[in-house]
Write a protein that binds this ligand. Sequence first.
Ligand SMILES: N[C@@H](CCC(=O)N[C@@H](CS)C(=O)NCC(=O)O)C(=O)O
Length: 230
Amino acid sequence: MDMSILLYDLAGQDPELRFSPYCWRTRFALAHKGLTVETIPWRFTETAAIAFSGQGKVPVIRDNATTVSDSWAIAEYLEDTYPDPTLFGGPGGRAHAAFVNAWADAVLMGGIARLIVADLVTIIDPKGRDYFRSSREARFGMTLEQVQAGREDRLAGFRDSLLPVRLVLRRQPWLGGAAPSYADHIVAGTLMWPLCASRFQLLAADDPVAQWQDRMLDLYGGLGRAAKRA
Ligand SMILES: N[C@@H](CCC(=O)N[C@@H](CS)C(=O)NCC(=O)O)C(=O)O
């Protein structure tokens, strides 16, 4: 039986507000494949709802009898199960996308978190706020307000950290080259997080990264453009 793919998708207090950097990578990948998706809003603390996946984080997808968690594993599953159109452009592209994924997780995610993490508390569902605050404050070793303090002064440093992306986009329209690939979905999906969850503007309008992000928002029928923002 063919059904649309189910995606457990992190939502805010407002169920329309979808702000997970990892779920957005999956949303873009599913759209790229032309697959229909039904999203199920999921909140921090709703671990029971995704217990069937054997772990506690989103994204989780269900495709008929198959359950896959972790955005990278989902991208590989989609590529292997629905090869056309390709997400990676072959094994070399898949290997390079793995580097982009690692860079996004190890560098980009932390850079963004230090600019918006206190804003997140105000948009997440109230029942998850204590858990979110205590788990993240333990990770940073300080209050979320202390993490975010002085962000205006640190913004230039964050923008500098995007130089590798900027240099590539000066040479070619997409990280994937002539056409968008999962490398674009990784970085654009990650940037959907601050875009949807915070009003703090991370990118300068004249930055090639912002211009690429603008084109990303228009892809797939304006999927990113239509996203609800805080
Ligand atoms: N490596 C995972 C990370 C997923 C992840 O950290 N998801 C967050 C939401 S953005 C989550 O579900 N967190 C639950 C928690 O912290 O309890 C992926 O790529 O999908």
